[in-house]
Design a protein around this ligand. Structure first.
Ligand SMILES: NC(=O)c1ccc[n+]([C@@H]2O[C@H](COP(=O)([O-])OP(=O)(O)OC[C@H]3O[C@@H](n4cnc5c(N)ncnc54)[C@H](O)[C@@H]3O)[C@@H](O)[C@H]2O)c1
Length: 470
C-alpha cells in the first residue's frame, strides 16, 4: 500500500474510531515505495522518558477478562496503592468471577458487561488512571486510543497494533494526550533477560553485533480449541487471515532493550521468509469432518508454519526473529545476544553464557556472573514476584514495576515507540513476504529522537517503594 493511500485509510479509520475527537493533520512523504510517514504539526512531543504526575493510589480498569486478563486482575489486586475500580467483558460471568476473587477490603469494581461497547463507559470514568486491555488483537488499538482520549494511561497486551496505521495512531495519540501507552511485553521482565540486559549495560558482551529472538510455542491444539476460546475462535481466525510473524514482540522486546532500539539505535529495514502451512489446513479439514463448526476453516489458507525475519539496524547490527506456534517443538524465545566480547543464549534452557569458542561457562562461573550482574529489581522483588507468579514471576515483576513507576511519577520502561516498533514487525513481515522476501523499510516512530533518547533505567534508584499486600 502506498504511503499516501495508507495515510488516507488511516484518516478514515481515525474518523470512525475516534468520532468527535480532533485529529491532527500530517504531512506525508511523496515517495510511493516507502511506508515511512513523516509528520509535522504541533502535536509532537517526545514520550520517551516522559514522567506523568505521581498517582498515590492508582485507579485501574481492566477490559477483557479472558485467559490472560483474569491474571492481571488477580495480580494487580495484590499491589499496594492499587484500587481496581472496573472490569469489562462481554461475558458477564468472567467479570463476576474475577471480582469474586478480589479482596473486597480494597476492591469493589463496577462491572461493564452489558454489550460490546460497555468498556467505553469504564474509560469515561474520572476516577480511573490506567486502563489495562487484554482483548483480541483487533481491539487493542481502538480501545487504547479511546482510553487515551478519555485521559487515561494505557497498558495494552501484545501486540499493541496490527497495522502500521494503527501503530502511528498510538504514537500520535500518546504524544498529543501525554498519556503513557505501554505495551505489556512481559518477557522483558524475565530473569535471564534482565540479567543479560544488565550485563550488556556494563559492557560484558562488548559491542552487541547480533541478537536473536523467537516465539516458538506449540499452540496447535489450543488454537483449535473451542473450549479454551468459548467457540470465539479469534486466534484461529488471525492465523487464517494473516501471514508472516504474527507475534513478534516476546522475542523482540528483550533484545531491543539490550540493543537500545529507539534509544541510541533504530530499526532500518527487514526481510522475511515463511514456509508453507503443512499443519493447520489439514487439521481444519480433519475437524470439519466431525464437527461442522470447523467447516468455515476447512478451505482457508493458513499462515506459513515457520516465519524467519531479519532486521538490520541503523548502527549496522542485525536481529533474527522467528515465529512458529504450530510445530511440536519445546518452547523457545531463543534470546541470543552476541557481542565482540561474549555471548548469551537462554533457550534451550538453562540460559548460558560464554566468552570464547571453547564452550559455555560452568555452573560455578554462571553463579559468579549471576552474583555480579543480577539487577536491583530482581534482587529486591524477584522472590516476591516468583511467589505471586505469572509465567514464573515475570508478569508480576512487570505489574509491580509499572504501578511503582506510575505512583512515583517515573517514566515507564516501555513507551509508545517501543509498542509501535515491536508490533509493526507483524504487518511488515507480511509485506516482505508479498515481495518474495523483499526488503521493507521500518518506520522510525520516534522521528529522529532515537539519536538522543536515553536507555531504559534499570538501576531502580528512584521509586521502588510500592509494597505488596499480604
Ligand atoms: N503477554 C503474554 O504472555 C500473553 C499471554 C496470553 C495472552 N496474551 C494476549 O492477551 C490478549 C488476550 O488473550 P487471551 O488468551 O486472554 O484471549 P481470550 O479470548 O481468553 O480473552 C479475551 C477476552 O476479551 C473479551 N472481549 C472481547 N470483546 C470484548 C469487548 N468488546 N469488550 C470487553 N471484552 C471483550 C472476551 O470475552 C474474552 O474474555 C491477547 O492480545 C493475547 O495476545 C498475552
Amino acid at each position: 500500500m502506498s504511503t499516501r493511500r495508507s495515510f488516507l485509510k488511516w484518516s478514515g479509520l481515525a474518523g470512525i474510531t475516534l468520532a468527535g475527537s480532533s485529529m491532527n493533520t500530517f504531512a506525508v512523504t511523496d515517495a510511493e515505495d516507502t511506508r515511512i510517514i513523516h509528520k509535522s504539526g504541533s502535536s509532537r512531543f517526545n514520550m520517551c522518558n516522559f514522567s506523568a504526575p505521581k498517582i498515590d493510589n492508582v485507579g485501574v480498569g481492566v477490559i477483557g477478562i479472558g485467559n490472560r486478563g483474569k491474571g492481571f486482575v488477580s495480580r494487580l489486586g495484590k499491589i499496594d496503592g492499587v484500587t481496581i475500580k472496573g472490569l469489562s467483558d462481554i461475558k458477564p460471568l468472567r467479570a463476576d468471577e474475577a471480582k469474586s476473587k478480589l479482596d473486597n477490603k480494597y476492591h469493589n469494581p463496577t462491572l461493564y458487561t452489558k454489550n460490546a461497547e460497555d468498556w467505553k463507559k469504564l474509560c469515561e470514568r474520572n476516577d480511573i488512571d490506567v486502563i489495562y486491555i487484554s482483548t483480541p488483537w483487533a481491539l487493542h488499538t481502538p480501545m487504547a486510543l479511546y482510553a487515551m482520549e478519555q485521559g487515561k494511561h494505557v497498558c495494552v497486551e501484545v501486540p499493541a497494533a496490527t497495522t502500521i496505521e494503527e501503530a502511528w495512531q498510538l504514537v500520535e495519540t500518546s504524544e498529543r494526550t501525554k498519556k503513557h501507552c505501554m505495551m505489556l511485553e512481559n518477557c522483558c521482565y524475565d530473569f535471564f533477560e534482565l540479567l543479560t540486559l544488565n550485563m550488556a549495560r556494563q559492557g560484558f558482551f562488548g559491542e552487541i553485533i547480533h541478537t536473536e529472538g523467537a516465539y516458538i510455542h506449540d499452540l496447535f491444539e489450543g488454537n483449535f480449541s473451542r473450549k479454551k476460546y468459548d467457540s470465539n475462535m479469534w486466534r484461529l481466525n488471525e492465523n487464517a487471515s494473516r501471514n508472516g510473524n504474527l507475534y513478534p514482540t516476546h522475542g523482540l522486546g528483550p533484545v531491543c532493550q539490550i540493543m537500545n532500539i529507539n534509544r541510541g539505535d533504530q530499526f532500518d529495514y527487514m526481510v522475511s521468509m515463511s514456509s508453507n502451512d503443512f499443519m493447520m489446513g489439514d487439521k481444519a479439514k480433519e475437524l470439519a469432518v466431525k464437527d461442522n463448526f470447523f467447516a468455515e476453516f476447512s478451505n482457508k489458507s493458513f499462515r506459513g508454519n515457520m516465519n524467519t525475519s531479519t532486521i538490520r539496524t541503523k548502527n549496522g547490527k542485525t536481529i533474527m526473529l522467528q515465529h512458529d506456534v504450530t510445530s511440536p517443538r519445546p518452547y523457545s524465545r531463543i534470546h541470543l545476544i552476541s557481542g565482540t566480547k561474549g555471548v548469551a543464549q537462554k533457550y534451550p534452557l538453562p540460559g548460558r553464557i560464554a566468552t570464547s569458542h571453547k564452550g559455555w561457562f560452568t555452573e560455578e562461573e554462571m553463579k559468579a556472573v549471576e552474583e555480579k550482574y543480577t539487577p536491583n529489581i530482581v534482587k529486591r522483588m524477584g522472590e516476591i514476584a516468583k511467589s505471586v507468579g505469572g509465567h514464573g514471576g515475570m508478569d508480576f515483576l512487570m505489574d509491580w514495576r509499572t504501578i511503582d513507576c506510575l505512583r512515583n511519577g517515573l517514566p515507564l520502561d516501555q513507551d509508545v515507540y517501543d509498542a509501535a516498533a515491536w508490533s509493526c514487525i507483524m504487518p511488515l513481515s507480511a509485506e516482505s513476504l508479498n515481495k518474495r522476501s523483499g526488503s521493507v523499510d521500518i518506520p522510525d516512530f520516534t522521528r529522529g529522537n532515537w539519536k538522543t533518547n536515553k536507555p531504559v533505567d534499570i538501576l531502580l534508584e528512584k521509586g521502588g517503594n510500592t509494597k505488596v499486600r499480604g
